[in-house]
Design a protein around this ligand. Structure first.
Ligand SMILES: Cc1ncc(COP(=O)(O)O)c(C=O)c1O
Length: 332
């Protein structure tokens, strides 16, 4: 990857184009079966560019209550684009027509317009499920059919779309066909230092370019980053299976320790959400205790800890984590 970075052919993407960024955008569009893709610095910006490109101030979006767009983007939908969010409860992520029907607004001067439905694949989860859940293709198709029937576009937050694809054996483009715009991240499981893409048809991407410009996300000699992204897409997708296997191993090592619950059979990708219910420890004290033993873990809400495997984590690290957990919590 370092060689891909240092050897990248560069230009000025904001003026006459950066050839390596172009190659990355074309590669991502091909992988997702979309007409075009646009390089942006982060997954949050990719989502926000999509929101801005599909909506007008005063519109509404529909999304799961704990989805990244609703929960972890600092209120950007409202702050940046003047949007209201109608949130649905679906702890494992699918948005089924029965729920969507109830969330739709009447076509009335009194109501906001439902302008976008947002799905997340894989679904990170807000601490109320195992985390990293793969939404079934059939469910995504039902969401897409509903949206088409009501002429509402669908945005897919595919920050970990390739995790879902590798875990399920369903091609990323097949999932992406269930949405009109799809974001992907290169800097998570795929191991690039920076970067995400937002994809869709040519008209969408043209609008997205304006929003990206407004957000300051159009980068000049970005081929350095795009080179890493191309390497990530070409070399680091199929190996996600190793992260998934390791995540199951990690869950098995923690499940059943006093006060911890994370059924390994529920782990589908690289995220392990561990429920904490311990007489002496809470998520904050456990996070601190793990950190003091060199294991970094993220609290997700009042009763969950999130562990993530990725290409820098190996079996020895999981063994070290298991030892740390035994040290903190005692034996089974
Ligand atoms: C599902 C999902 N979408 C979007 C993002 C945002 O990505 P970034 O941190 O690059 O802004 C994340 C980050 O963890 C995520 O989990």
């Amino acid at each position: 990857m370092l060689a891909a970075i240092t050897g990248a052919e560069l230009g000025d993407d904001v003026l006459d184009g950066d050839p390596t960024v172009r190659r990355l955008e074309e590669l991502a569009a091909r992988r997702l079966g979309k007409e075009r893709a646009l390089f942006v610095p982060s997954g949050t910006m990719a989502n926000q560019v999509a929101l801005g490109a599909w909506t007008r101030p005063g519109d509404e979006i529909i999304a799961e209550r704990t989805s990244h767009i609703v929960t972890w983007e600092a209120g950007a939908a409202g702050y940046l684009h003047g949007l209201q969010s109608v949130t649905l409860d679906s702890p494992r992520g699918p948005l089924e027509p029965a729920q969507l029907t109830r969330a739709l607004r009447a076509d009335s001067l009194h109501c906001a317009k439902t302008a976008l439905i947002c799905v997340e694949q894989s679904f990170m989860g807000g601490g109320e499920c195992a985390g990293g859940q793969v939404i079934a293709l059939e469910s995504l198709r039902r969401t897409a059919d509903f949206a088409r029937e009501h002429r509402i576009p669908v945005h897919m937050d595919g920050a970990r779309l390739f995790n879902a694809a590798v875990a399920s054996g369903v091609d990323a483009a097949t999932y992406a066909a269930c949405a009109d715009s799809v974001s992907i991240c290169l800097s998570k499981g795929l191991g690039a230092p920076v970067g995400s893409l937002i994809s869709g048809d040519a008209a969408f991407v043209q609008r997205a370019m304006v929003v990206r410009k407004r957000l300051g996300g159009w980068m000049r000699q970005a081929g350095l980053l795009a080179g890493a992204g191309i390497f990530a897409l070409e070399n680091n997708v199929s190996r996600l299976a190793q992260d998934h296997a390791l995540a199951k191993q990690l869950a098995a090592a923690l499940h059943g320790l006093p006060g911890l619950d994370c059924d390994p059979s529920q782990v589908e990708t690289n995220i392990v959400m561990v429920a904490v219910d311990h007489p002496r420890h809470n998520v904050d004290s456990l996070t601190a205790a793990f950190a003091s033993l060199g294991v970094l873990v993220l609290p997700m809400g009042p009763r969950s800890l999130r562990f993530v495997t990725h290409l820098d984590v190996g079996e020895a690290d999981v063994a070290r984590l298991a030892n740390a957990a035994h040290g903190i919590l005692g034996a089974r």
